[in-house]
Design a protein around this ligand. Structure first.
Ligand SMILES: Cc1cc2nc3c(=O)[nH]c(=O)nc-3n(C[C@H](O)[C@H](O)[C@H](O)COP(=O)(O)OP(=O)(O)OC[C@H]3O[C@@H](n4cnc5c(N)ncnc54)[C@H](O)[C@@H]3O)c2cc1C
Length: 127
């Protein structure tokens, strides 16, 4: 079977399932992950029924990816609330201020920049 289109699926697992896969060799991990993907394909998936012609890379990131445990959003909101206004000209940005992803880091940077810009319009800083 041949691909009609070029696709790059990114299959990511964590926690117990990742620990289970870590000791296996790359080929075995590839087979198990693709079997999982075939069992529950996303709508419109172009994943072929067999592994022939597929190019795969396996990465093992130990304890590297930020997890989002239940209650995290509440904790982060509380932390932001506690920090707010404690030091007038301190503006924090980073994924830990929002969501552990590039989007979260970016959003926090935009907000921090807006807050800094707003502070600069306050008379004591414009004089
Ligand atoms: C393995 C892995 C896979 C990921 N996959 C995805 C993904 O597919 N999609 C997604 O959206 N997100 C993903 N993420 C999360 C994403 O990478 C992070 O949420 C994002 O990079 C956080 O950006 P940041 O700017 O807050 O922090 P970082 O990117 O960690 O930047 C912080 C910087 O500060 C520097 N630094 C730290 N301490 C000091 C210090 N004391 N002095 C000077 N410099 C310092 C560090 O060296 C680093 O360069 C992944 C993360 C990991 C680890």
């Amino acid at each position: 079977m041949r691909f009609q289109t070029e696709t790059l699926p990114d299959l990511l697992v964590g926690r117990d399932r990742a620990k289970e896969l870590f000791p296996l060799d790359d080929e075995e991990i590839k087979c198990r992950m693709l079997a999982d993907a075939r069992r529950n394909p996303p709508p419109g998936s172009a994943l072929p029924g067999d592994d022939e012609g597929l190019f795969t890379r396996v990465y093992r990131w130990r304890d590297a990816v930020c997890m989002m445990p239940p209650g995290m959003f509440k904790e982060v909101a509380q932390m932001r609330h506690q920090l707010s206004g404690t030091i007038k000209n301190l503006f924090l940005a980073g994924d830990y201020m929002r969501v552990p992803s590039v989007n979260g880091a970016l959003a926090s940077g935009v907000i921090a920049a807006d807050e800094a810009a707003n502070m600069l319009t306050v008379p004591e800083f414009t004089d």
